[in-house]
Design a protein around this ligand. Structure first.
Ligand code: UDP
Length: 405
């Protein structure tokens, strides 16, 4: 696996670390547990990292030197060649034990892996996680270079892994992807950690008051994630004692500005005592936060999947989410939570009130959410990918597209 810009071992929830880190780590671990050895190649991003790190049997992380240790994500296109060289050297040194399939994550890894595909005649699977054209449509434009590069990688990937039918449709409609090469493999949730539990116990563990209506927002703080909308909706809820817990930190070019905007909105709406920020938490501790909350809010402007919505559901916490992207497959409106169209805070407040106002209904929604979450598991994701890798090891690699060699 290629995970150039961020490590599966890094803390998700701020900076460049989020769902992709969780995806690569959980998928690699499930593959390894199923007998498929996985090496995850990551750009060395700080001093003192070992060149290889055995995470568990059959799952290692390999750090490849390419460019200065600390680099902004925007500058990484300048070191893709150096990174691909480093991966090629490592693969060559492994001889017969070298992996037989490349699986790239995110467009930057896709570009590097595309070069490796041609250089080493290896089949290439790509998971994009997000697509520039979809982000642009949602009002978050990306540099045109990214969309062009995605198009090139999509044109030459032997398989493109989509999280759901909607992402597959985006790949086909916006990027002319070959439908035959698209494989739908939904991400999963680890039910050993994310399962229902006692709300009172969770609140005591976190030092939160009992009896206070509580919303939780989990994830990176950047405009795309819509925290400002959650704050505006909080001000319009029927119960003025409701609190909002925010777990995560600023992310990306606009992260710090977004946090300032959110803080200004909190002050302007007089909500200072009702919103609490918590630093990013280790993934396996998040279940306590989900269990403590009455509702998990996911007000993203776009979302190819939406792991947070699935994790909350697995903990039995109803989710109120934007009716966009992958979230539409993780929340059943009126059955496991609410899907909200548009970004009007009063409509969001009404949807949250609808779930909060009747404890018996909220419990019913929570139970249905747990049932829905059972449709997703990393072992199934890994099983599907295992079949894809096996097919590709016997298929002829498609003819060179003429780029990246
Ligand atoms: N996450 C975490 N700790 C935090 C905040 C978030 O482990 O403090 C994880 C969260 O559990 C989820 C991932 O980060 O698995 C975010 O994934 P999602 O698909 O919701 O958003 P993305 O980051 O991919 O945009």
């Amino acid at each position: 696996m290629i995970s150039l810009h961020t490590s599966p071992l890094a803390q998700p929830g701020e900076g460049d670390c989020g769902g992709m880190n969780v995806y690569v780590r959980e998928l690699a671990a499930s593959l390894a547990q199923g007998g498929v050895p996985v090496s995850v190649y990551v750009r060395a991003w700080r001093d003192g990292l070992p060149s290889r790190l055995q995470v568990e049997p059959h799952f290692e992380v390999v750090h490849v030197a390419a460019g200065p240790m600390s680099m902004a994500k925007e500058d990484l296109p300048g070191v893709l060649d150096a990174f691909a060289d480093g991966v090629a050297t490592d693969l060559a040194a492994r001889g017969r034990l070298a992996p037989s399939v490349l699986h790239a994550n995110y467009w930057l890894s896709g570009v590097a892996a595309h070069r490796l595909k041609h250089r080493l005649s290896m089949p290439l699977v790509t998971t994009f996680h997000t697509l520039a054209a979809v982000k642009s449509e949602a009002g978050d434009p990306e540099p045109t270079e990214r969309e062009r590069a995605e198009r090139e990688v999509i044109g030459c990937s032997d398989r493109i892994c989509a999280a759901n039918a909607l992402e597959a449709a985006h790949l086909i409609d916006l990027y002319d992807a070959d439908p035959e090469r698209i494989e739908i493999a939904a991400p999963g949730v680890d039910r050993a950690f994310f399962s229902p539990g006692d709300q009172g116990g969770a609140r005591r563990a976190l030092g939160l008051p009992s009896g206070v209506p509580l919303l939780v927002f989990v994830g990176r703080i950047q405009p795309l994630k819509g925290l400002e909308l959650a704050v505006s909706a909080l001000a319009e809820l029927r119960d003025p004692t409701t609190q909002l817990l925010v777990v995560g930190g600023p992310s990306g070019r606009e992260g710090a500005d977004e946090l300032r905007r959110v803080e200004a909105r909190i002050a302007a709406l007089g909500l200072a005592g009702r919103v609490r920020f918590v630093d990013p938490q280790p993934h396996h501790l998040l279940s306590t936060y989900y269990r403590a909350a009455d509702v998990c809010v996911v007000p993203s402007r776009s979302e190819s999947f939406g792991l947070v919505a699935l994790e909350a559901a697995a903990c039995g916490t109803p989710v109120v989410a934007s009716a966009v992207g992958g979230l539409t497959g993780l929340v059943e409106d009126g059955a496991t939570g609410r899907l909200v169209a548009g970004r009007d805070p009063s409509i969001w407040a009404a949807a949250i009130d609808d779930v909060m106002s009747d404890p018996a209904r909220r419990a019913r929604l929570g139970r249905a959410a747990v049932r829905l979450s059972h449709r997703f598991g990393w072992a199934s994701t890994a099983a599907r990918l295992r079949r894809v890798y096996a097919d590709l090891s016997v298929e002829r690699v498609p003819a060179s597209c003429g780029v990246g060699a």
